[in-house]
Design a protein around this ligand. Structure first.
Ligand SMILES: *[C@@H]1O[C@H](CO)[C@@H](O)[C@H](O)[C@H]1NC(C)=O
Ligand SMILES: *[C@@H]1O[C@H](CO)[C@@H](O)[C@H](O)[C@H]1NC(C)=O
Ligand SMILES: *[C@@H]1O[C@H](CO)[C@@H](O)[C@H](O)[C@H]1NC(C)=O
Ligand SMILES: *[C@@H]1O[C@H](CO)[C@@H](O)[C@H](O)[C@H]1NC(C)=O
Length: 419
């Protein structure tokens, strides 16, 4: 997590070089573009399609919505209106799915129509809304700021995801569907967003009927990779370096780093995609299918801000799940205390189910134990009985219908309105 820091920085600098070599915007390598203009390319088709096209290809009709936040970011939310394999009418309580760090809504489709959670929930007659947060490939838009030219656009971290984006999305879905509350599924950073929202804005505890938290992330006290710790330790220096070079976005779809990942993941998926995933997230190469790995090249790396990675790095370094650290002087001005206040998980009243994989190097069992001990309303703390599964297996493994999706559906069936 703070983790991704090191990799991102290497890639950003490498990316700059690639860009210099290839000339500014006119990069010769073909790539998936979220606006759907598919370029001629050797990428497999499923890697090139955007959310709407990909789900559509497998028979799931999607409607695109735009949620405008109070600070004018334009967030894309994908509503699956098709019924998939659902025979009856859909249940009324909608489900909001929120992706993880530098990922995008596509993540819920990558395991394919027989395993991806967005498909599985639709097949089970749930009304699915896949959200995206400011700055990722689908929500790189604002009413007045231009992400390509205004540095201010990128002045956010996951704190803003939890405090502004997620509440706006939940309110929007509630209004659109004429409900009082929604089901929530978050992965990784999507769980941090949930903790921030429900611990700081009391009302939202009631707007979420039940939350499934996959690979939950709060304090990162026990994050396992030494490699990632080192990356986090170096982050202040790197932050300054990036600030000097004007790089404020990381892993953007149109940055050369993304194109490079696409090429490598397509040509040598087992090495180029699996090895870094294993080093960072803990999933061994054989837990994700070759087809899904090839899709990752086109879909993973939804993009985010440098500031977001820095906030994760701060959390790794301090072991505190806290507000953004601006340094003593500014912290005192902004929060009235230094170091910045922590988010208080004991205030989260929503019923939650914690789901964790045994080999996850980011959402480590020792840390999830702390989360379990602090949250007042844990319905179940479920450790998936697959010893080699890591951070992304929970979404991308072919067996998620058995080990994860069915559990989620059982909970929803129990907690939904009896309609
Ligand atoms: C996805 O592609 C379709 C077809 O080209 C396009 O109409 C749609 O706007 C694209 N969606 C997004 C979010 O880019
Ligand atoms: C839908 O109907 C088919 C064929 O009758 C059946 O096999 C399937 O189990 C049903 N699906 C659900 C979710 O009830
Ligand atoms: C980044 O650059 C801006 C303007 O050049 C400066 O005001 C700001 O303090 C810098 N931030 C960091 C963390 O160095
Ligand atoms: C989770 O927390 C509950 C309540 O504090 C405790 O009873 C339970 O043993 C914990 N579960 C695990 C796996 O640590």
């Amino acid at each position: 997590m703070g983790a991704f820091m090191f990799i991102s920085l290497v890639l950003v600098f490498f990316g700059k070089k690639t860009q210099a070599l290839l000339g500014d915007d006119d990069v010769a390598i073909p790539y998936a573009v979220p606006d759907g203009e598919i370029e001629d390319s050797f990428l497999i088709e499923d890697a090139r399609l955007n959310f709407t096209q990909l789900a559509g290809k497998y028979g799931y009709l999607v409607e695109e919505h735009t949620v405008v936040t109070e600070d004018k970011y334009k967030l894309k939310v994908f509503h699956i209106t098709g019924k998939g394999r659902c025979n009856g009418t859909k249940y009324s309580t909608p489900v909001v799915l929120q992706h993880g760090l530098v990922d995008s809504a596509d993540t819920w489709l990558l395991a394919g129509p027989d395993a991806g959670l967005a498909y599985g929930l639709t097949d089970a007659c749930y009304d699915v809304w896949c959200a995206s947060v400011r700055g990722d490939c689908y929500s790189r838009a604002h009413e007045t700021l231009d992400p390509d030219h205004d540095a201010q656009f990128w002045n956010f971290a996951f704190e803003e995801y939890g405090e502004i984006d997620l509440p706006s999305i939940i309110d929007y879905v509630i209004k659109q569907t004429n409900n009082k509350n929604v089901f929530y599924v978050g992965h990784s950073q999507g769980t941090s967003d949930f903790f921030i929202m429900t611990s700081t804005q009391k009302d939202y505890n009631d707007k979420i009927r039940l939350a499934i938290l996959l690979a939950p992330i709060s304090s990162l006290k026990h994050i396992e990779s030494e490699f990632l710790r080192l990356a986090a330790a170096g982050s202040p220096v790197l932050h300054e370096a990036l600030n000097l070079t004007d790089v404020r976005e990381v892993f953007g779809r149109k940055q050369p780093t993304h194109k490079l990942a696409e090429v490598l993941c397509t040509l040598v998926p087992e090495t180029a995609c699996s090895v870094p995933v294993m080093a960072i997230a803990g999933d061994p190469p054989d837990v994700v299918s070759r087809h899904t790995l090839q899709m990752i090249g086109g879909h993973f790396f939804g993009g985010s801000s440098v500031k977001n990675l820095v906030q994760f790095a701060q959390i790794v370094n301090s072991g505190r799940f806290a507000h953004y650290d601006y340094g003593k002087h500014q912290n005192l001005e902004l929060y009235g205390v230094h170091p910045p206040p922590e988010f208080d998980l004991s205030r989260v009243r929503t019923p939650v189910v914690l789901v964790v994989a045994q080999s996850d190097k980011l959402s480590v069992i020792a840390d999830v134990n702390l989360i379990n001990a602090t949250l007042p309303n844990v319905l179940e703390y479920y450790v998936v009985p697959k010893p080699d599964w890591g951070h992304v297996s929970l979404l991308w493994n072919n067996e998620v219908p058995i080990y994860v999706n069915s559990k989620i559906i059982d909970y929803f069936n129990e907690y939904r309105d009896s309609d």
